[in-house]
Design a protein around this ligand. Structure first.
Ligand SMILES: C[S@@+](CC[C@H](N)C(=O)[O-])C[C@H]1O[C@@H](n2cnc3c(N)ncnc32)[C@H](O)[C@@H]1O
Length: 223
Protein backbone atom coordinates (compact mmCIF):
# COMPACT_ATOMS: atom_id res chain seq x y z
CA UNK A 1 0.00 0.00 0.00
CA UNK A 2 1.67 3.25 -1.12
CA UNK A 3 0.70 6.89 -1.60
CA UNK A 4 -2.64 8.14 -0.30
CA UNK A 5 -4.17 6.12 2.49
CA UNK A 6 -7.24 4.20 1.41
CA UNK A 7 -9.51 3.50 4.38
CA UNK A 8 -10.93 0.23 3.10
CA UNK A 9 -7.49 -1.09 2.14
CA UNK A 10 -6.13 -0.27 5.60
CA UNK A 11 -9.07 -1.92 7.33
CA UNK A 12 -8.73 -5.00 5.16
CA UNK A 13 -5.04 -5.40 6.08
CA UNK A 14 -5.65 -4.72 9.77
CA UNK A 15 -8.66 -7.02 10.01
CA UNK A 16 -6.92 -9.88 8.21
CA UNK A 17 -3.80 -9.40 10.32
CA UNK A 18 -5.60 -9.46 13.66
CA UNK A 19 -7.86 -12.32 12.58
CA UNK A 20 -4.72 -14.30 11.87
CA UNK A 21 -2.79 -13.45 15.03
CA UNK A 22 -5.69 -13.14 17.49
CA UNK A 23 -5.07 -16.44 19.28
CA UNK A 24 -1.33 -15.88 19.48
CA UNK A 25 -1.83 -12.27 20.58
CA UNK A 26 -4.14 -13.41 23.37
CA UNK A 27 -1.63 -16.03 24.51
CA UNK A 28 1.04 -13.32 24.65
CA UNK A 29 -1.00 -10.79 26.65
CA UNK A 30 -2.72 -13.24 28.98
CA UNK A 31 0.00 -13.31 31.61
CA UNK A 32 0.01 -10.02 33.49
CA UNK A 33 3.08 -7.93 32.77
CA UNK A 34 4.79 -5.96 35.50
CA UNK A 35 4.84 -3.07 35.39
CA UNK A 36 1.76 -2.61 33.21
CA UNK A 37 0.83 1.07 32.60
CA UNK A 38 -2.83 0.02 32.61
CA UNK A 39 -2.50 -0.57 36.36
CA UNK A 40 -1.69 3.12 36.79
CA UNK A 41 -3.88 4.70 34.12
CA UNK A 42 -7.16 2.75 34.25
CA UNK A 43 -7.67 3.69 37.94
CA UNK A 44 -7.15 7.36 36.96
CA UNK A 45 -10.03 6.96 34.51
CA UNK A 46 -12.23 5.09 36.98
CA UNK A 47 -11.64 7.74 39.66
CA UNK A 48 -13.56 10.15 37.39
CA UNK A 49 -16.44 7.78 36.57
CA UNK A 50 -19.50 6.73 38.53
CA UNK A 51 -19.84 3.22 39.95
CA UNK A 52 -21.23 0.80 37.40
CA UNK A 53 -20.14 3.12 34.59
CA UNK A 54 -20.92 2.39 30.94
CA UNK A 55 -17.61 2.16 29.12
CA UNK A 56 -16.75 1.75 25.43
CA UNK A 57 -13.61 -0.31 24.77
CA UNK A 58 -12.58 0.96 21.33
CA UNK A 59 -10.47 -1.63 19.53
CA UNK A 60 -10.98 -4.05 22.40
CA UNK A 61 -9.11 -7.01 20.93
CA UNK A 62 -9.91 -10.22 22.83
CA UNK A 63 -11.08 -8.20 25.84
CA UNK A 64 -8.18 -9.33 27.99
CA UNK A 65 -7.17 -7.75 30.25
CA UNK A 66 -9.00 -4.42 29.94
CA UNK A 67 -12.66 -5.29 29.28
CA UNK A 68 -12.37 -8.26 31.64
CA UNK A 69 -11.00 -6.11 34.49
CA UNK A 70 -13.66 -3.44 33.95
CA UNK A 71 -16.46 -6.00 34.06
CA UNK A 72 -14.97 -7.51 37.22
CA UNK A 73 -15.03 -3.98 38.67
CA UNK A 74 -18.80 -3.84 38.15
CA UNK A 75 -18.85 -1.74 34.98
CA UNK A 76 -20.94 -2.21 31.86
CA UNK A 77 -18.60 -2.66 28.92
CA UNK A 78 -19.27 -2.44 25.21
CA UNK A 79 -16.33 -3.60 23.12
CA UNK A 80 -15.87 -2.83 19.43
CA UNK A 81 -13.25 -4.39 17.21
CA UNK A 82 -12.85 -4.72 13.47
CA UNK A 83 -11.51 -8.28 13.70
CA UNK A 84 -14.21 -10.97 13.89
CA UNK A 85 -11.78 -13.43 15.50
CA UNK A 86 -10.87 -10.95 18.22
CA UNK A 87 -14.56 -10.48 18.98
CA UNK A 88 -15.14 -14.23 19.02
CA UNK A 89 -12.37 -14.59 21.61
CA UNK A 90 -13.65 -11.61 23.59
CA UNK A 91 -17.14 -13.10 23.84
CA UNK A 92 -15.63 -16.37 25.08
CA UNK A 93 -13.30 -14.76 27.63
CA UNK A 94 -15.46 -11.88 28.88
CA UNK A 95 -19.06 -13.12 28.84
CA UNK A 96 -20.20 -10.22 31.03
CA UNK A 97 -19.54 -7.60 28.35
CA UNK A 98 -21.23 -6.82 25.04
CA UNK A 99 -19.04 -7.07 21.97
CA UNK A 100 -19.58 -6.16 18.35
CA UNK A 101 -17.57 -6.38 15.18
CA UNK A 102 -17.24 -2.86 13.85
CA UNK A 103 -14.93 -0.29 12.33
CA UNK A 104 -14.32 2.57 14.77
CA UNK A 105 -14.43 5.08 11.92
CA UNK A 106 -17.85 3.90 10.82
CA UNK A 107 -19.73 2.34 13.73
CA UNK A 108 -22.57 4.29 15.35
CA UNK A 109 -21.39 5.34 18.83
CA UNK A 110 -24.46 7.31 19.85
CA UNK A 111 -24.86 10.54 21.81
CA UNK A 112 -24.04 10.80 25.53
CA UNK A 113 -24.10 7.02 25.54
CA UNK A 114 -20.97 6.34 27.62
CA UNK A 115 -19.39 7.50 30.87
CA UNK A 116 -15.99 6.45 29.64
CA UNK A 117 -14.09 5.42 26.52
CA UNK A 118 -10.85 3.45 26.49
CA UNK A 119 -8.78 3.06 23.33
CA UNK A 120 -5.64 1.16 24.22
CA UNK A 121 -3.06 0.40 21.55
CA UNK A 122 -5.73 0.43 18.82
CA UNK A 123 -5.81 3.87 17.17
CA UNK A 124 -2.41 3.44 15.50
CA UNK A 125 -4.27 1.18 13.06
CA UNK A 126 -6.86 3.83 12.17
CA UNK A 127 -5.75 6.26 9.42
CA UNK A 128 -4.67 9.42 11.24
CA UNK A 129 -6.50 11.68 8.77
CA UNK A 130 -9.67 10.30 10.36
CA UNK A 131 -8.68 11.23 13.93
CA UNK A 132 -10.40 14.66 14.05
CA UNK A 133 -13.71 13.11 13.07
CA UNK A 134 -13.18 10.04 15.26
CA UNK A 135 -12.37 12.09 18.36
CA UNK A 136 -15.32 14.38 17.66
CA UNK A 137 -17.52 11.28 17.66
CA UNK A 138 -15.90 10.13 20.92
CA UNK A 139 -16.76 13.51 22.45
CA UNK A 140 -20.37 13.22 21.27
CA UNK A 141 -20.60 9.66 22.57
CA UNK A 142 -19.45 10.71 26.05
CA UNK A 143 -21.78 12.13 28.64
CA UNK A 144 -20.76 15.62 29.87
CA UNK A 145 -17.88 15.03 32.26
CA UNK A 146 -17.26 11.63 30.73
CA UNK A 147 -13.69 10.58 30.32
CA UNK A 148 -11.40 9.24 27.57
CA UNK A 149 -8.32 7.13 28.21
CA UNK A 150 -6.03 6.28 25.33
CA UNK A 151 -2.68 4.66 24.69
CA UNK A 152 -1.88 6.10 21.28
CA UNK A 153 1.09 6.49 18.97
CA UNK A 154 3.63 9.24 19.63
CA UNK A 155 5.69 9.72 16.45
CA UNK A 156 5.01 11.35 13.09
CA UNK A 157 4.35 8.48 10.68
CA UNK A 158 1.92 8.68 7.79
CA UNK A 159 1.50 4.94 7.64
CA UNK A 160 3.45 1.87 6.73
CA UNK A 161 2.77 -1.78 6.17
CA UNK A 162 4.59 -4.08 8.55
CA UNK A 163 5.68 -7.52 7.46
CA UNK A 164 5.73 -10.21 10.14
CA UNK A 165 3.59 -7.91 12.28
CA UNK A 166 4.52 -8.11 16.00
CA UNK A 167 6.82 -10.99 15.12
CA UNK A 168 4.04 -13.18 13.71
CA UNK A 169 5.73 -14.53 10.59
CA UNK A 170 3.72 -14.13 7.39
CA UNK A 171 1.24 -11.61 8.88
CA UNK A 172 0.91 -8.07 7.56
CA UNK A 173 -0.02 -5.09 9.71
CA UNK A 174 -0.51 -1.37 9.12
CA UNK A 175 0.39 1.40 11.54
CA UNK A 176 0.46 5.20 11.62
CA UNK A 177 0.59 7.94 14.24
CA UNK A 178 1.14 11.60 15.03
CA UNK A 179 3.75 13.21 17.22
CA UNK A 180 2.64 14.02 20.77
CA UNK A 181 1.80 17.70 20.29
CA UNK A 182 -0.25 17.08 17.15
CA UNK A 183 -2.12 14.27 18.88
CA UNK A 184 -2.90 16.40 21.93
CA UNK A 185 -4.07 19.23 19.68
CA UNK A 186 -6.45 16.91 17.83
CA UNK A 187 -7.90 15.61 21.09
CA UNK A 188 -8.36 19.17 22.38
CA UNK A 189 -9.89 20.43 19.14
CA UNK A 190 -12.44 17.64 19.34
CA UNK A 191 -13.81 19.07 22.59
CA UNK A 192 -11.93 16.92 25.07
CA UNK A 193 -9.83 18.59 27.77
CA UNK A 194 -6.58 16.74 28.34
CA UNK A 195 -6.06 16.45 32.09
CA UNK A 196 -2.97 14.25 32.01
CA UNK A 197 -0.61 12.80 29.45
CA UNK A 198 2.74 11.04 29.45
CA UNK A 199 5.12 9.21 27.16
CA UNK A 200 5.52 5.78 28.71
CA UNK A 201 8.23 3.26 27.94
CA UNK A 202 6.73 -0.18 28.17
CA UNK A 203 8.11 -3.71 28.20
CA UNK A 204 5.40 -5.35 26.11
CA UNK A 205 5.24 -9.05 25.22
CA UNK A 206 6.36 -7.90 21.76
CA UNK A 207 9.39 -5.93 22.93
CA UNK A 208 10.08 -2.44 24.25
CA UNK A 209 7.66 0.21 22.98
CA UNK A 210 6.86 3.83 23.80
CA UNK A 211 3.22 4.94 23.90
CA UNK A 212 1.50 8.26 24.55
CA UNK A 213 -1.07 7.88 27.33
CA UNK A 214 -3.82 10.48 27.39
CA UNK A 215 -6.56 11.10 29.96
CA UNK A 216 -9.13 13.64 28.77
CA UNK A 217 -12.51 14.86 29.93
CA UNK A 218 -15.53 15.82 27.85
CA UNK A 219 -16.70 19.31 28.69
CA UNK A 220 -13.69 20.38 30.76
CA UNK A 221 -11.71 18.97 33.70
CA UNK A 222 -14.27 19.88 36.36
CA UNK A 223 -17.39 19.09 34.33
C1 LIG B 1 -2.91 -4.06 19.59
S1 LIG B 1 -4.58 -4.59 19.60
C2 LIG B 1 -5.09 -3.95 21.18
C3 LIG B 1 -6.23 -4.69 21.77
C4 LIG B 1 -6.66 -4.22 23.17
N1 LIG B 1 -7.14 -2.85 23.15
C5 LIG B 1 -5.53 -4.36 24.14
O1 LIG B 1 -5.24 -3.39 24.85
O2 LIG B 1 -4.93 -5.45 24.23
C6 LIG B 1 -5.36 -3.45 18.46
C7 LIG B 1 -6.82 -3.81 18.16
O3 LIG B 1 -7.42 -2.72 17.45
C8 LIG B 1 -8.31 -3.28 16.50
N2 LIG B 1 -8.58 -2.29 15.45
C9 LIG B 1 -7.70 -1.77 14.57
N3 LIG B 1 -8.30 -0.91 13.73
C10 LIG B 1 -9.62 -0.88 14.09
C11 LIG B 1 -10.76 -0.20 13.60
N4 LIG B 1 -10.69 0.66 12.55
N5 LIG B 1 -11.95 -0.41 14.20
C12 LIG B 1 -12.04 -1.27 15.25
N6 LIG B 1 -10.99 -1.96 15.75
C13 LIG B 1 -9.78 -1.77 15.19
C14 LIG B 1 -7.57 -4.51 16.00
O4 LIG B 1 -8.42 -5.42 15.33
C15 LIG B 1 -6.97 -5.04 17.29
O5 LIG B 1 -7.78 -6.01 17.90
Amino acid sequence: MTGEVDHDEVVAVVRAGYDRIADGFLAAVQSRRAPDPRDEWVPKLLARLPERARILDAGCGAGVPTARDLVEGGHEVVGVDVSPRQIELARAHVPGATFMVGDLSRVELGTAAFDGIVALYSLTHVPRGEYPQLFARFTTALRPGGCFLGAVGRSDSDGFEERDFLGFVGTDGWTNSHDRDTMLAIVGAAGLTVVEHALVDEATPFGPERWLWILAVAGGPSA
